[in-house]
Design a protein around this ligand. Structure first.
Ligand SMILES: C[S@@+](CC[C@H](N)C(=O)[O-])C[C@H]1O[C@@H](n2cnc3c(N)ncnc32)[C@H](O)[C@@H]1O
Length: 309
C-alpha cells in the first residue's frame, strides 16, 4: 500500500537522523511520542487536549496508519505525525538527547515466550534510550493488562538510576480509552500504569548517526556466476546478520533481496548491482530504502567484496 498520499505520514527512511522535528512540524513545540498507537484513540485524544505539543506516533501496522489518518482528518489536527517504524529503534535514532517531553505506550504485546523476549519493551536498551531522549523531568508512561510486564518495566527503568517512580497503580477503570483497554476491562481484567520521570541522563550509541558514508561501491569487474549463486547465503559480523533472499536479474542489472537482523531489529531492502560505462555500481536500492545501520553498511560492502573479481 502507498502511504505517501496520507498527509500526516512521514517516510522516515528519507530523512537524515536525528530528524529535525521543528522543521517537519513547521513550528517549535514540546514533543510527545506514542509507540504502538493501534487505532489511534489515545494519540488523537492527547493531540486535541494539548494543542501546544507536537505528537509523533510509531506503528508497525500499516492498517493502524490508515485508521489514525481518518481520525486526524476528522479532527483537523495539524500536531500529529505518524510513521511506520519500530518504536524502540525510532525513539533512539530519530530524536536528539533531552528532546522528548513525554513517551507513551499502551498495551504493548508482552511477548511472554522466552524466545520472543527481545521484542519486549522491558529491556535495558529501551530503558537507556528513554534516559537519553527524554528531557529532564520528562515522563514515560506504560499502561498494560499484564502485571509481570508492568513489574519488569518498572524494575528495568529504576535499575538505570535515571528515573523516579511517579506512579505504579492497578486500575479497574478507563485510563487511556483505547480499544485494547476497553477489551480487557470488559473481560473483567485489571490494568496497570507505570509512570516514571527522568532524573538523570544517560548517553546511548546511535546506529545511524555516523556521517560520510556513501552507499555506493564501484567495481571494475563482477563475477556474475558468483553473484547468481548468492541466493540463500547468510553473512554475519559482530553486529548482526543478513540473508540474501533472492537474486533477480534484468538485462545488465541485478537486484538482491536482503533481510537483515541486528539485535532483533529487522529490515527488508534491496541492493542493486548495475553495469555502468566503466564497470559496475553496487548500491542500496532507493525504492525500498533501509536505515543505514551497521549491518546494512556491512551488507553493501560484503556483497561488493564477494562479487568483485
Ligand atoms: C496490543 S496492540 C495495542 C494498540 C493500542 N495501543 C491499544 O491500546 O489499543 C499493540 C500495538 O503495537 C504495535 N506494535 C508492536 N510492536 C511495535 C513496535 N516495536 N513499534 C511500534 N509499534 C508496535 C502493534 O502493531 C499493535 O498495533
Amino acid at each position: 500500500m502507498h502511504l505517501e498520499y496520507l498527509s500526516h505520514f512521514i517516510r522516515t527512511q528519507q530523512y537524515t537522523t536525528p530528524l529535525n522535528w521543528d522543521e517537519i512540524f513547521q513550528r517549535q513545540a514540546k514533543l510527545a511520542v506514542e509507540i504502538g498507537f493501534g487505532n489511534g484513540e489515545f494519540l488523537v485524544f492527547l493531540a486535541k487536549q494539548k494543542p501546544e505539543y507536537n505528537f509523533v506516533g510509531f506503528e508497525t501496522s500499516i492498517t493502524s496508519l490508515v485508521k489514525i489518518q481518518k481520525k486526524i482528518q476528522a479532527e483537523s489536527l495539524t500536531n500529529i505525525k505518524v510513521a511506520l517504524a519500530d518504536g524502540r529503534f525510532a525513539l533512539r535514532e530519530f530524536f536528539k538527547d533531552n528532546s522528548v517531553d513525554e513517551v507513551y505506550t499502551n498495551f504493548p504485546c508482552p511477548w511472554p515466550k522466552k524466545s520472543h523476549q527481545e521484542k519486549r519493551f522491558t529491556n535495558q536498551g529501551f530503558a537507556e534510550t528513554l534516559s537519553a531522549v527524554l528531557s529532564f523531568e520528562g515522563t514515560f508512561q506504560l499502561v498494560t493488562d499484564v502485571n509481570w510486564y508492568a513489574e519488569q518495566m518498572k524494575d528495568v527503568l529504576l535499575r538505570t538510576k535515571c528515573f523516579d517512580l511517579v506512579q505504579f497503580t492497578e486500575n479497574d477503570k478507563i485510563v487511556v480509552g483505547t480499544r485494547y483497554e476497553k477489551k480487557w476491562l470488559s473481560e473483567g481484567r485489571k490494568t496497570y500504569t507505570v509512570l516514571v520521570k527522568k532524573i538523570n541522563h544517560m548517553s546511548v550509541n546511535r546506529w545511524t548517526w555516523e556521517e560520510g558514508w556513501m552507499p555506493h561501491i564501484h567495481l571494475n569487474e563482477v563475477d556474475e556466476q558468483r553473484l547468481l549463486q548468492l541466493s540463500g547465503k547468510v553473512f554475519r559480523d559482530q553486529r548482526g546478520v543478513f540473508v540474501v533472499k533472492y537474486v533477480y536479474t534484468r538485462e545488465s542489472e541485478y537486484l538482491l533481496r536482503i533481510v537483515s537482523n541486528e539485535e532483533g531489529f529487522q529490515q527488508r531492502y534491496f541492493i542493486s548491482v548495475e553495469r555502468e560505462k566503466d564497470g559496475w555500481l553496487v548500491k542500496l536500492d532507493p525504492d525500498a530504502p533501509a536505515y543505514r545501520t551497521p549491518v546494512v553498511k556491512f551488507s553493501v560492502r560484503k556483497i561488493a567484496e564477494v562479487i568483485g573479481s
